[in-house]
Design a protein around this ligand. Structure first.
Ligand SMILES: [Zn+2]
Length: 237
């Protein structure tokens, strides 16, 4: 999971701040203004560099929803209209996850099994705004995410395990796409593209499955290192 800076209330879009001023005390379930909601969601997507806050699949306005880090809890949460409590997560419409639903587009394939914000419910998972989240997980070339073997605190291990389970980060569609992203990254390195270009931003967008791609790049460069070191020592021999 990629750590994202927590949004500041003052950075919320003006249209959203204006709506809140006109509806003091309103909870999120009363926030029905589709235009303002879209502006709000687009701002979250842009600051997340077009990646889901949990799984890092590519998101845009059509295939995502506004996620509450502290869940709305059926309207009980006092933070349901706080910009700092919102993020953009993949899958717009959970109804498209019926057993007989046949995905027709790439986005529908990614969303064809429920995961991330819509799968989580009110379960406690690590927040992408918690800077610990980056060291909670590790990625293998199979495409699977697992709890980092570097973790030792039992509470952190439990939270990382729960996050994978409740966010369903290893559903087959995510594992497959993560695996493809990792192999693509290694292939690009092999083609001579520099690592910072493989992992670089383009038009405000980071590559999908960025943390897994970063692992792939680091592993590929680590494997290449001994040869590079030999070259250096030969030069100094
Ligand atoms: Zn996701």
């Amino acid at each position: 999971m990629r750590h994202i800076e927590i949004p500041r209330e003052e950075d919320a879009p003006d249209a959203f701040k204006y709506w809140k001023r006109r509806h003091p005390g309103a909870k999120y379930y009363r926030f029905k203004d589709a235009r303002v909601k879209r502006v709000l969601k687009d701002s979250l997507i842009a600051r997340q560099k077009f990646l889901c806050c949990y799984c890092e699949s590519r998101i845009d306005g059509e295939n995502s929803h506004i996620e509450h880090i502290e869940p709305q809890m059926g309207g009980l949460s006092e933070r349901s209209m706080d910009y700092s409590n919102m993020a953009a997560s993949c899958i717009r419409d959970p109804k498209k996850n019926e057993p007989d639903f046949i995905p027709r587009t790439f986005e529908e394939l990614v969303g064809s099994t429920l995961h991330c914000g819509h799968a989580r419910g009110c379960n406690r998972v690590v927040s992408p705004y918690d800077e610990r989240c980056e060291r909670f997980f590790e990625y293998s070339f199979s495409g699977r995410v697992s709890v980092s073997r570097a973790l030792s605190d039992p509470d952190e291990i439990a939270l990382a395990e729960d996050s994978i389970e409740y966010l369903r980060l290893n559903v087959p569609s995510l594992v497959l796409l993560r695996r493809i992203a990792m192999f693509e990254a290694v292939k690009m390195l092999g083609d001579g593209i520099p690592a910072d270009a493989v992992l670089g931003e383009s038009g405000g967008k980071l590559p999908p499955f960025y943390p897994a791609e970063k692992t792939a790049v680091e592993k590929a460069r680590g494997a290449a290192k001994p040869a590079a070191q030999e070259e250096v020592s030969e030069q100094f021999a």
